[in-house]
Design a protein around this ligand. Structure first.
Ligand SMILES: [Zn+2]
Length: 317
């Protein structure tokens, strides 16, 4: 059996939840800590908020905050959902661990903490991400532990006298945190890269929008080309614009097969006055020469406008 009682496991004891700004450093080895955590011989406080607490961390001289935790030395899981000491000890059958019933435990309503020493200290700043990796590894069935435990500054009530006084200890392997820390750092790096990528994309989009606002022709088209394109589109799709073009071109407009047709226009190809188009573009959007066999010209109203020496852009607005 591996024996880890000599493992450095610095912790801090706190007077109570009410007076928890500064901790008192205590047992420096796991053997002492596990003995303290498995004996319920402390007097019971009248109020839970006055009960003494501990945490497996080393804080700087500053007030206790998540940011002031330098190192974390044990994984503590909090079970308030009906799991008892026997249940939680079975979660990690090969690991060095202890568990104890807590202040609020009552017969028929167990509450307990499971404590597993780490093979090496983990920096406070990396603890939350590291613990998430550990919990991910443990699997969903064991995630009943209170997720608030990922806060490295979190305090835990020490065991004390009460209606339930159950504790257990079992030797085993230490949690090898190096791999979890490496994974946590890797994931932090990945999310940093993803955030950088997103920022770069947003900056590029903002820059493109800024350029567009400053100079709309930045996509390669001049304002004149745009106006011409709008004119061609209107001549192709808008019956009112087509009717106006017919008038401008001097076409005769007469109904044929139930639709108004503009005819008598000079054909851009053969020059004869036999080009025509239907006003309603849903019937036929193009323009045609009547001399299908000898000429066969087919084009757009824009072509007729251009051939007549007028500007399609005039129909764009
Ligand atoms: Zn023709």
């Amino acid at each position: 059996m591996p024996h880890h009682d000599g493992l450095a496991c610095p912790s801090a004891f706190y007077a109570s939840a009410r007076r928890s700004a500064f901790g008192r450093p205590v047992p420096t080895v796991w053997g002492q800590l596990r003995k303290a955590l498995t004996s319920h011989n402390r007097d019971r406080a009248a109020d839970k908020l006055d009960a003494p607490c501990w945490a497996p961390h080393v804080a700087t001289a500053n007030r206790r905050t998540a940011a002031s935790i330098e190192t974390v030395h044990a994984l503590v899981l909090d079970f308030d959902d009906g799991a008892d000491v026997v249940d939680v000890m079975a979660l990690f059958p090969t690991k060095e661990r202890c568990a104890y019933s807590t202040f609020s435990a009552e017969p028929g309503a167990p509450r307990c903490r499971l404590v597993l020493p780490l093979a090496a200290p983990v920096a406070g700043a990396l603890w939350a991400a590291t613990m998430r990796q550990i919990l991910k590894d443990i699997g969903q069935d064991k995630s009943a532990a209170d997720p608030k435990c990922i806060d490295p500054s979190r305090l835990y009530l020490l065991p004390c006298r009460g209606p339930v006084e159950i504790a257990d200890y079992a030797p085993g392997d230490l949690i090898d945190v190096q791999e979890y820390v490496a994974r946590a750092e890797y994931e932090a790096e990945l999310s940093r890269l993803a955030a950088d990528h997103l920022r770069a994309k947003q900056a590029a989009r903002a820059e493109a929008a800024r350029r567009w606002a400053a100079a709309p022709e930045a996509d390669g088209y001049s304002a004149a080309e745009r106006a011409e394109r709008r004119g061609h589109e209107a001549l192709r799709a808008d019956p009112e614009v087509r009717r106006r073009a017919a008038a401008d071109l001097g076409a005769k407009v007469a109904p044929r097969d139930g639709s108004d047709v503009a005819h008598g226009l000079p054909c851009p190809s053969c020059g004869r006055p036999d080009a025509w188009f239907v006003i309603d573009p849903r019937r036929a959007w193009g323009a045609y020469c009547n001399h299908r066999n000898s000429c066969g010209w087919f084009g757009s109203i824009g072509d007729l406008v251009t051939a007549a020496g007028m500007q399609p852009a005039a129909y764009g607005d």
